[in-house]
Design a protein around this ligand. Structure first.
Ligand SMILES: Cc1ncc(C[n+]2csc(CCOP(=O)(O)OP(=O)(O)O)c2C)c(N)n1
Ligand SMILES: [Mg+2]
Length: 421
């Protein structure tokens, strides 16, 4: 009777009180950077399955790290791609152009020539190598840190800069945040600032491509932090259910503004293993290794193109710079963290490979550096002649009313008349 009463009155003693695990970033200013819990496979040891192999049979690829370049710059193992020197130099050049572009545009923001800018320093290999594995009529749904997709796709630098400056030659006529480009011809879908939305849109585009019977494939892109959004899970499910011709790419650059990837990773597994829950072939790749990027991208693009379905890829890299021109990372991570990053710098690693293979010299590299700097400087001079945020003619306020509706609704026509535009 006594026990029964106790249960009724809810007086039973709780043996262990529950506590909530509130995730927190582990390495803060003043701490010593520590990447020792990161799984880093030796270069060349991870096997390369046939593109026809089932997702189930390649589970181990989600916990290992696909790498091609070893510390001496040699390309080793089954993923070493067949790629000629001219293509490697083109990749190196493209990455160097991105880095110089980022340096100059970041400075331009500090000079008030634009309001906002986001660098991609340290992550250039992923978008460059991936773009090289695609065709011009394939489509990317990128994040805001993938200027390399456009640069590697041959899009003019001065037009990118004009978009950043919102000047008279801005192809988007001042209607997008600086850096949120759009170029259908370069396979670069209009960039969405609302993170993760593009991941799901990409799957829709891929499904449409299959419905139309075309052979264009799609690349979806998302960051580690943004993968916490429900769009991520919806996209993975839709892609898997419909076996859409899409490559689902997650760029794990360790940070989402001031939040470490450990917060969304659950500290228990890699991001790549999340693909297993959806039955997706899931690979984890060294994103600072241009050769590994190109090889895995080509493999996944081939799967999609041969109607073998979607692939999920975690690209492991490090965001070397600030999140954006509005951010100061010294407030939330040790300044020494970038130097402690174990996968090195993608440009330095490709340069070392070219030199190790006898195809390149320090002199040639210095010469290329000079040419790249001059190319970006000239593009900036041209763009600035067309105006910056603070100088020259900007887009017309009339543009607000154009290019949005095929048939402009009556209330907008009235507003336009009232504004005298
Ligand atoms: C839906 C939505 N929520 C929040 C934001 C604000 N925001 C912009 S970037 C960002 C962090 C994204 O981090 P990650 O996905 O890791 O990409 P990274 O910046 O590292 O490239 C956040 C929270 C946003 N733009 N959209
Ligand atoms: Mg991130």
């Amino acid at each position: 009777m006594g026990v029964f009463l106790k249960m009724l009155t809810n007086e039973a003693e709780v043996a262990t009180p529950l506590t909530l695990a509130v995730p927190a970033s582990t390495c803060r200013p003043g701490d010593t950077p520590d990447f020792s819990d990161m799984v880093i496979s030796e270069p060349g040891v991870v096997r390369r399955p046939e593109v026809t192999e089932s997702a189930q049979d390649m589970h181990e690829l989600a916990t290992e790290l696909i790498r091609v370049l070893d510390d001496k710059g040699n390309a080793v193992g089954p993923w070493a791609p067949v790629i000629d020197t001219a293509m490697l130099v083109k990749g190196l050049t493209s990455m160097m152009v991105t880095r110089e572009f980022d340096r100059r545009m970041f400075l331009a923001q500090r000079q008030a020539k634009t309001s906002f800018f986001m660098q991609s320093t340290g992550e250039e290999a992923i978008s460059t190598g991936f773009r090289f594995a695609m065709r011009d009529d394939d489509m990317n749904f990128p994040t805001y840190r993938q200027q390399s997709l456009l640069i590697a796709g041959g899009y003019p630098l001065e037009l990118m800069m004009s978009q950043i400056y919102s000047n008279s030659h801005d192809p988007l006529r001042g209607r997008q945040l600086p850096g949120l480009y759009s170029s259908k011809d370069t396979g670069f879908f209009t960039l969405s600032g609302n993170v993760a939305t593009q991941f799901l849109q990409a799957v829709g585009w891929a499904m449409a491509s299959a419905i139309k019977g075309s052979d264009s494939v799609t690349a979806a892109w998302i960051g580690d932090g943004s993968s916490a959004e429900s769009d991520f899970f919806s996209a993975m499910l839709m892609a898997s259910s419909f076996q859409a011709p899409v490559i689902l790419n997650l760029i794990n650059n360790q940070w989402a503004i001031s939040t470490s990837q450990s917060v969304v990773r659950g500290q228990a597994a890699t991001f790549a293993v999340r693909g297993h829950g959806f039955g997706l072939p899931s690979l984890r790749v060294d994103g600072n290794d241009f050769l590994a990027v190109y090889a895995v991208a080509s493999w996944a693009v081939e799967r999609a193109r041969r109607n073998l379905g979607p692939t999920f890829i975690e690209w492991v890299t490090y965001r070397v710079g600030a999140h954006s021109s509005s951010d100061d990372p010294s407030a939330y991570r040790p300044k020494s963290e970038a130097a402690a990053w174990p996968l090195g710098d993608p440009i330095e690693r490709l340069k070392r490979h070219l030199i190790a293979s006898g195809a390149w010299t320090e002199d040639q590299h210095a010469d290329l550096e000079g040419k790249v700097k001059e190319q970006v400087r000239l593009a900036q001079a041209v763009a600035e002649e067309w105006g910056t945020l603070k100088s020259g003619p900007g887009p017309s306020p009339r543009d607000i009313f154009e290019d949005v509706y095929a048939d402009v609704p009556e209330h907008l026509q009235r507003q336009r008349r009232e504004a005298g535009l």
